[in-house]
Design a binder for this molecule. Structure first.
Ligand SMILES: [Zn+2]
Length: 429
């Protein structure tokens, strides 16, 4: 099923022409912004130097810190009267990042979400519960308008009041849900405690945090649905940058809207096709907030084999963010790797937390792991065995020693939005 068959299956040569045309337009748009006038001057490039798509490598990167420095409206390329909506990113450190949208930006964003939903077989007959934050977070309104565009029946349930969410799924016969994967697990847990099986649910769309294949297995088993990965970031409208099709082996990136590159995040060099590195995106249609070579901080690779669905090049499921990446005694560790190991172990329950400390100049990683109810009723010597087994599994997957503490089911924090499972206490007094 296609929402926009012509664009979704565009031939590579035609796509390249379109991308180049749109890239040139985007550069003209960027020249309206003081930051880019200065960056182009400093890099000694002018938009006229860009004659082929490969010339994009001559252009400077854009960093999240520069968006923050432009707070609030410094990076807008259009006057404020043309901006019809504002979103901001969470801003856990310092000022948030402000994203503005023109009417055309909102239209384009809905188009992308409509493609995503249609691609996995959703449409007018579906009842869709959008269980994410409806405020400044882009996941709420982004999915809302895309779902309405294709005629789904949308329930803007937002987050919170989990028991009520479960009643709505049951009473309204909800067929598709969108939330974070960690909230989905919480939903499953509460539904089980209420004795609800949520039989109508068929499709789960999970995004806003990186999640593993083992998490998929668990979500599908607990909620009895098919789980799809959604990728996006507020700086690029929001969700809708890439999405899994029915094949669920990588996410289709919408190349008519986004020019993607994979670079070495240390050197900034572009990597060879198929290599894993940091995803850099130049959005090609953004009016209000054009961005050139935006450093997403997300780690993935481009997948070149043809997909059975007939759409274009995919990216691999995001395995982590460069800035989520922990460096423990010189070894790179992504929280999603830890999750992947833990979800494969039947003794391990819903949640975990990771604590990193520096003890006598050495990094120490400690993980608190909830057990399953069955696991926790075991004897003390059994607990010691399980603890040792988990530590062993983590050591062989991560290459570092961790201390593991088993805790009671339900004792660790639950997250309605993005999960914050890592507490890095190094450098904090
Ligand atoms: Zn596909």
């Amino acid at each position: 099923m296609f929402w926009n068959r012509v664009m979704e299956t565009i031939r590579p040569e035609e796509l390249a022409d379109l991308q180049l045309k749109r890239l040139k337009w985007t550069l003209r748009q960027a020249q309206e912004v003081g930051l880019y006038q200065r960056k182009f001057r400093e890099a000694g490039v002018s938009p006229d130097d860009i004659r082929t798509l490969d010339d994009v490598e001559k252009l400077p990167f854009t960093y999240k810190s520069e968006l923050r420095a432009g707070y609030p409206f410094g990076l807008f390329a259009v006057p404020l009267r043309e901006i019809v909506r504002i979103h901001t990113t969470s801003g856990t450190t310092g000022k948030p990042t402000v994203v503005g949208y023109t009417c055309n930006d909102l239209e384009n964003w809905s188009e992308l979400i409509a493609r995503n939903m249609t691609m996995i077989g959703l449409g007018e007959d579906d009842i869709f519960q959008n269980a994410v934050n409806y405020g400044l977070f882009t996941g709420g309104l982004g999915f809302h308008y895309g779902a309405e565009k294709i005629g789904m029946t949308v329930i803007p349930s937002a987050t919170g009041n989990t028991r009520r969410q479960i009643e709505m799924i049951e009473d309204f016969g909800v067929t598709a849900i969108h939330c974070t994967p960690s909230y989905a697990l919480h939903l499953a847990e509460v539904a089980e405690s209420m004795g609800k099986t949520l039989d109508t649910l068929q499709t789960g769309i999970f995004g806003a945090e990186a999640w593993s294949e083992n998490m998929r297995v668990e979500l599908e088993r607990r909620l009895d649905l098919k789980a799809y990965d959604s990728y996006g970031l507020s700086e690029m409208y929001g969700p809708g940058v890439a999405f899994e099709c029915l094949e669920r082996s990588g996410l289709h990136l919408w190349h008519d809207f986004y020019l993607a590159e994979i670079i070495d995040s240390e050197t900034g060099e572009r990597l060879a096709p198929g290599e894993r590195g940091e995803l850099v995106i130049t959005p090609l249609t953004k009016e209000a907030l054009p961005l050139i070579r935006y450093r997403t901080g997300d780690v993935t690779r481009l997948i070149d084999n043809e997909c059975a669905c007939g759409r274009g090049q995919k990216i691999e499921k995001i395995t982590g963010r460069c800035d989520d990446m922990l460096v423990i005694r010189g070894i790179n560790v992504f929280p999603s790797q830890i999750e992947h190991v833990l979800r494969s172990l039947p003794e391990v329950g819903e949640q975990f937390m990771v604590y990193v400390d520096r003890v006598k100049h050495l990094d120490e990683m400690a993980i608190e792991v909830e057990m399953t109810r069955a696991g926790f009723s075991g004897e003390l010597k059994d607990l010691a065995r399980i603890q040792k087994m988990i530590a062993g599994e983590l050591q062989s997957a991560l290459g570092i020693r961790t201390s593991v503490k088993l805790v009671e089911p339900g004792s660790l924090p639950r997250f309605e939005g993005k999960a914050k499972r890592v507490v890095d206490r190094r450098g904090v007094l």
